[in-house]
Every structure is written in structure tokens, then in C-alpha cells.
Write a protein that binds this ligand. Structure first.
Ligand code: LLP
Length: 422
């Protein structure tokens, strides 16, 4: 469910016509819907209302300050994976007590910054990291709450680049060694063990892998309690998928996910945290681009857009599918066309879709990439010296630029010449 619909023949973001935004900010750009962000957050918040819980938005999926402020004001916590994300969350007004710090390679500086600014917990991913965190905490004269991320060796049945819960992945400690790692943590005076963390991958379209992982976490909770550890919080990660293609089977509903959590770990009386990213931000955003040229190849037509892989890398990187729709609603019964949809970057990987059937469009028409809110803007770059594209937030009938497009001068001006070349 999102708030991007055709009205009177034109695509809208809530009550704002996409074409009006394009006329103001130029193309390409990202646009996010406040109502969709809030709705998605509250669906998960409600799905866990049977117990003590905190929904921590995975900021890696979309970290613009304005978006974080919308979600933070709605009561969300944040899952951060770097000092930069931590400071973004704080700058957007999220209290440290609602921020969890995940990630397989936190530096001592990042740990220090988060401890000094206030943190809900660190999700620790290895013994050496635990030792460094203990040292940092003691040097600051504090005891920091931690969970240990366990790797449950469960197949998340998702794209290999975004599966994290198999033993061959770099994440967490093997669940088979959890008891010894917790025993070690309990001996470190700068750390206080409070729970367990697990995250098995992203874009999961079935509940079964979650169920397998959460059952293992439930069993481990009981073992660790028997060993004398206080386990009062379970961080169950993110990863719930979204429908990218309209034809896809619908992924699990938030209510079913919440019920699964209740069924697998609800009896343990722990506070529950989840770290959803994509399922909150994915369908809350579009990338809008303009058709530059329609070019006839030998056996196909190329739709050449002004957006490229540097703006939205998911198709090139994960063979991801994004629905691409015209901003002017096609007339009923309009002839469809088949295109290879590409950007202007000088490599063949800059292809958004091959042999894609869609309504016919022509040069200067606008098209919108659906489900582009998550892992879109945050993964963009200036490859080919293309300035980062702007982000826009809509709320009802208002819209505002929340990250402007840099000028060429600003982009080039970030380089500096060494003295011997001046
Ligand atoms: N928690 C942890 C520890 C994570 O590593 C991730 C995602 C999340 C939560 C949020 O997962 P989500 O709910 O968004 O699935 N760039 C890739 C996705 C990478 C996901 C990495 N970790 C993509 O565009 O598909």
C-alpha cells in the first residue's frame, strides 16, 4: 500500500502531481511520501502491540534527515551501522535511548561517539569487537548494554548478496558457540549482557526462515538463562520483503509477522526489537526520470533515460526488478511497447530492465520507478560525474526538497589540488 496513484490521468504523490515536482526540481529525483512512511511504521508498531517492543527503522535503507525526523517523531527507534548514521539519527532528534548500533566492523571511534551521545545497546558481532567495546566503555567509566548477534545458519532464500544468516556469511557468531561467547562477555566489566540479536537477510518473501531463526533464538534464550545470563531483550532484525513486481506473490503481512514473533518468542517475556528497513521505506519512494531518447537497435528499442545506475544501482547490483510506469496515465487499451530501459552511463551494466513490456512512451515523457525508497538514494554515487540527484518529501499537498541537487561547481569543488599542482 502506498500513496502514489493516478488521478485524473496523472501520477500523484499524495496530493502533489509528480509533474509539478519535476517542473520545480528537474529530473531525475527521488520523492517520498510522509503518509506511507508513517503508515508502514504504525503497521509494525501495531503488529507488536501484544508486548513491550521498539520498532527500530534500519537507517541504511533511507537516511535523509527529514525521513528520520518523520519516523522518529512517530516514535520509531533507529538501527544504525556507522558513526555517520548514529549522528544523523541524533541530528534528527532521535534520543540515544532509542538507537541500536549494529554492524560487523564498528571502530573504537564509532563506539566512543555513540556511548558519549547515548545508546540503547550495541549489537556485538564478534569476540574481538567485544574486547574493544569493553575497553572503550571502561575508558569512559561506563557499562554499556549489549546483545550478541548470533548467526543461526538458516537459509533466508533471498539473493546471495543480501543473505546474512548462513554460516558462510560474515555476520554474527555461530549460534553453536553462543554459550562460550556469552560466558566471555559476562566477564568483561565494561559490558552488560541484556539480550540476543539475530538478522538473517533482506527481501525475505516467506515467513519460514524467520520462524526457523526465531525458534533457535527462543531455545538459546532458555539455555543462556540457565547459564545465569539476563536475557531481557530480543532484537529480531529486519528483512521482511516487499512486492517489487505487481505480479509477485504478496510477501507476508506485518500482522502475520507480528503473530509469528509472538508465537515463537512471546512466551519468554522479553522486550522485542525489530529492525525493518525496506518494508517501511521501499514503497514510500519513487525515482522519477525523463526519457531522453527512444533509440532503435537492430532487434530492440532502447529507452534512454536521464537516470542511471549511479542514481539507482539495485538493478545492476542485484538484478532487481522495479516497476517502471509512465507519469501520464496510459489511455485504456493503449498499445504496449517492449523496451530495454537504460541510463546514459558508459557501461552495459547501466541497464534497468531488458525486454520490459510497458505502455509506449516518447522523448521528454516522465517515468517513475516504483519501490525505490529503500536502498535507492542511499546507494547513489556521482559516477560519471553526475551530481547526486535531489530528494523531495511530500506531505499532503505540500512538497519540499530535502536534499538539493549539487551544482557542477559544488561537485567539482569538493576535489582539492595538492600544493605541487596548484
Ligand atoms: N538489520 C540489519 C543488521 C541489517 O543488516 C539490515 C539490512 C537490516 C536490519 C534491514 O533489512 P531490511 O528490512 O531493509 O531488509 N542494498 C540491498 C539490501 C541490503 C540489506 C542489508 N542489511 C538491496 O538494495 O536490496
Amino acid at each position: 500500500m502506498d500513496h502514489f496513484v493516478y488521478r485524473g490521468g496523472a501520477l500523484y504523490a499524495e496530493d502533489v502531481a509528480i509533474a509539478d515536482i519535476a517542473a520545480t526540481v528537474g529530473t531525475p529525483f527521488y520523492v517520498y511520501s510522509t503518509a506511507t512512511l508513517k503508515r508502514h511504521f504504525s503497521l509494525f508498531d501495531d503488529a507488536l502491540s501484544w508486548g513491550d517492543h521498539l520498532v527500530c527503522f534500519a537507517m541504511k535503507s533511507l537516511s535523509n534527515q527529514a525521513v528520520i525526523k518523520v519516523l522518529g517523531d512517530a516514535g520509531a527507534g533507529m538501527d544504525v551501522v556507522s558513526g555517520g548514521e548514529y549522528l544523523r539519527a541524533r541530528a534528527a532528534g532521535v534520543p540515544g535511548g532509542r538507537i541500536v548500533f549494529s554492524g560487523v566492523g564498528k571502530t573504537a571511534d564509532e563506539m566512543r561517539l555513540a556511548i558519549e551521545g547515548g545508546i540503547r545497546q550495541f549489537n556485538v558481532e564478534s569476540e574481538p569487537e567485544m574486547i574493544v567495546l569493553d575497553q572503550v566503555a571502561r575508558s569512559l567509566g561506563v557499562v554499556v548494554p549489549i546483545t550478541v548477534r548470533v548467526n543461526p545458519d538458516v537459509d533466508a532464500k533471498t539473493h546471495a548478496k543480501i543473505a546474512t544468516g548462513k554460516s558462510e556469511n560474515k555476520f554474527g557468531i555461530p549460534i553453536s558457540r553462543a554459550r562460550e561467547v556469552y560466558a566471555m562477555a559476562a566477564k568483561l566489566p565494561g559490558l552488560k549482557v541484556i539480550g540476543i540479536d539475530v538478522h538473517i537477510g533482506s527481501q525475505l518473501t516467506e515467513l519460514a526462515p524467520f520462524e526457523a531463526a526465531y525458534n533457535k533464538v527462543a531455545e538459546l534464550t532458555e539455555q543462556l538463562r540457565a547459564d545465569g545470563h539476563e536475557i531481557s531483550r530480543l532484537d529480531l532484525g529486519g528483512g521482511l520483503g516487499i512486492p517489487y513486481a505487481r505480479s509477485n506473490e504478496a510477501p507476508p503481512l506485518p500482522t502475520d509477522y507480528g503473530a509469528l514473533i509472538q508465537r515463537t518468542v512471546g512466551h519468554l517475556g522479553c522486550e522485542i526489537e525489530i529492525e525493518p528497513g525496506r518494508v517501511i521505506s521501499g514503497n514510500a519512494g519513487l525515482m522519477v526520470s525523463k526519457v531522453l531518447y527512444v533509440k532503435s537497435g537492430e532487434d530492440r528499442e532502447f529507452l534512454i533515460l536521464d537516470g542511471a545506475m549511479n542514481d539507482l544501482i539495485r538493478p545492476a547490483m542485484y538484478e532487481a526488478w522495479h516497476d517502471i510506469v509512465p507519469v501520464i496515465e496510459p489511455a485504456p487499451g493503449a498499445e504496449p511497447a517492449t523496451y530495454d530501459i537504460v541510463g546514459p552511463i558508459c557501461e552495459s551494466g547501466d541497464t534497468f530492465a531488458k525486454g520490459r513490456d510497458m505502455p509506449a512512451v516518447q522523448a521528454d515523457d516522465l517515468v517513475a520507478f516504483r519501490s525505490a525508497g529503500a536502498y535507492g538514494a542511499v546507494m547513489s554515487s556521482e559516477y560519471n560525474s553526475r551530481p547526486m540527484i535531489p530528494e523531495v518529501l511530500v506531505d499532503g499537498d505540500q512538497f519540499a526538497v530535502i536534499r538539493p541537487r549539487p551544482t557542477y561547481e559544488e561537485m567539482i569543488g569538493r576535489d582539492t589540488l595538492p600544493p605541487w599542482l596548484e
